[in-house]
Ligand binder design. Sequence first.
Ligand SMILES: Cc1cc2nc3c(=O)[nH]c(=O)nc-3n(C[C@H](O)[C@H](O)[C@H](O)COP(=O)(O)OP(=O)(O)OC[C@H]3O[C@@H](n4cnc5c(N)ncnc54)[C@H](O)[C@@H]3O)c2cc1C
Length: 337
Amino acid sequence: MIDIQKNVPLAPFTSLEIGGPARFLATVATLAELREALLFARDQRLPFRVLGGGTNLLVSDDGFDGVIVRLKFEQVRLAEDRVQAEAGVDLTWLVRRTAQWGLCGMESLAGIPGLLGGAVRGNAGAYGSCIGEVAEKVFALHAESLELKIMDREECSFAYRNSLFKREPRLIVVSALLHLSPGDAGEAEGRAEATIAKRIARKLQCQKSVGSFFMNPVVSDQELIRRFEEDQKVHCRDGRIPAGWLIDQAGLRGAKVGAAMVSSLHANYLINSDKASAREMVRLAGLVRSGVLDAMGVLLQEEVSYLGAFPAAPRDGDGSPAAEPGAPPEGRRPSPP
Ligand SMILES: Cc1cc2nc3c(=O)[nH]c(=O)nc-3n(C[C@H](O)[C@H](O)[C@H](O)COP(=O)(O)OP(=O)(O)OC[C@H]3O[C@@H](n4cnc5c(N)ncnc54)[C@H](O)[C@@H]3O)c2cc1C
């Protein structure tokens, strides 16, 4: 029998510390238990959602009228230069462990909060690398057929903060086979720790946030790209401009709706500065989206996932319309409320 609790507050499971309760919370540690939880949701005629580390999630104030499935799959196996890791493993722990084993390729991902499954779904990345580059195969359970599917990298269609799993929420990532490169353990550990130190120095981890709230949009306006490159003295990569720079240029750093606030440290971090509600966060996100559209002519699309019902019905990669991998987010969203 799986552990299923009723009316469980979700805020403590999220980095934003916002949101109401889940009607049910099922904690599962094996594939058989995951199948059981999905059958339970089916029997109850309720929707389900998977919860990882809760670091990229904005939960509605009303919570989630369904079954939250919390994955506690935490096994890791090493086979030469490959690591089979389960979805519930903490990503930074995994980066450190692989580095200790003298396996390189994930050091730039050190310090990204959350679990491996959530990282695979969103193709988490930092400093020019992303998890999709090392994920050779992904094992996912199909929530309807309850079949285990094994997908190679191409089938996962990883792209900037995107993957097949983001567009197909019935696929639950249960583990991944990571192909890494053998190297010097000490040096790999040094690189991982240096990445973590760099992140700590930015002081962003201490704020209640989901990291970057919006994705960096692809911009076609050459004049805007020129302005960005001149201002930041960096080259614009793949036509993407940091959403934080656009928000800043639109004069929205520090903007507030109640206790929801655009961080003064990083304009793409929308933070819970003091008991903010989900409603306030959504209103702030709408303000930022419309402010950037008006001032910069660019429509931002959320990187954050929404969970539960929202009055303004925001949509992200979990909902329709499904985003194409790497497709420019401009013009894909309805106008903000
Ligand atoms: C301070 C801070 C800094 C951050 N920096 C970065 C960064 O540098 N780069 C970056 O990419 N991200 C960053 N993030 C965002 C976040 O850490 C990543 O998106 C992370 O990979 C989310 O993983 P999670 O386990 O917390 O997912 P959750 O927040 O639990 O879930 C996110 C979404 O994924 C779904 N999901 C979770 N697990 C699974 C699964 N096993 N199968 C299918 N769907 C699943 C959930 O249903 C939800 O829709 C940052 C966040 C914070 C708070």
